[in-house]
Design a protein around this ligand. Structure first.
Ligand SMILES: [Zn+2]
Length: 238
């Protein structure tokens, strides 16, 4: 019996890596090419907070306002509920740095495999050494109006330039202590996210990519690795 041929495969892709590895950029490129849902945990967490007023959600709102990360059991709830809806809408999903902890990974990965099928679940780990991350950090510029608009100082992005997102903001150095924040985020990555990535490895759904390359070459390597893994199901050039 022939398998029904679907013109559109649905993928669940998690882009993982340390702070400054370029995972946000690659997740955005993949989501754009696949017309997938681009899942950014902080954004979905904020939306969830706006729509719910149970005590647990209220507690996460307080944490968020203090600059603390969301706690894992609640994050997992937000991720699973949204993933379920995206799946029912018939879309692929690209996670930007999620799951972040072993607890999230342990629960989320079987959930994704059950929904999307193991052959359509994959994580990409962008490997970037700490020396390179520190060098990138020193060149990081953020928008004066929205610090999620972050760019690397280069020919096109200098301090004082208008934000490329054209919101009227101006590129500047981040005011907070970049190196202290980096150490905190790097510590979280080492202690929590590396063990989380290990869960993908155990399921044999992990692809490791050299992240110390240009955005274009990282994109190309991901595309080649996915074509190898997914075969004809992967739309080349995404
Ligand atoms: Zn901006």
């Amino acid at each position: 019996m022939n398998e029904p041929i679907s013109s559109k495969n649905k993928f669940a892709i998690s882009v993982m890596g340390p702070p400054g590895s370029g995972k946000g950029t690659q997740a955005q490129i993949l989501a754009g090419g696949l017309e997938a849902f681009h899942f950014v945990t902080s954004v979905e967490g904020k939306k969830y907070i706006a729509a719910h007023d149970d005590p647990e959600t209220k507690r996460q709102e307080v944490r968020y306002k203090k600059g603390l990360l969301f706690e894992s059991p609640w994050t997992l709830r937000v991720v699973q509920e949204k993933t379920q809806r995206v799946f029912e809408d018939g879309l692929s999903i690209v996670y930007d740095g999620s799951p972040r902890t072993p607890l999230e990974a342990e629960k989320l990965i079987p959930f994704l495999i059950k929904l999307f099928g193991k052959e359509c679940v994959v994580a990409v780990e962008l490997k970037v050494g700490e020396a390179e991350l520190r060098s990138r950090l020193s060149k990081r510029r953020v928008c004066s109006l929205d610090h999620s608009h972050a760019f690397i100082d280069s020919e096109n992005h200098h301090i004082g330039d208008l934000c490329p997102k054209m919101d009227g903001g101006v590129l500047q150095k981040r005011e907070i202590d970049e190196s202290a924040l980096f150490e905190t985020r790097m510590g979280e990555f080492r202690n929590l996210t590396i063990p989380a990535i290990e869960f993908f490895h155990k399921e044999d759904v992990l692809i490791v990519i050299n992240g110390e390359q240009s955005i274009e070459n990282v994109r190309r390597d991901i595309d080649e690795a996915f074509a190898k893994r997914f075969g004809k199901r992967w739309p080349r050039g995404v």
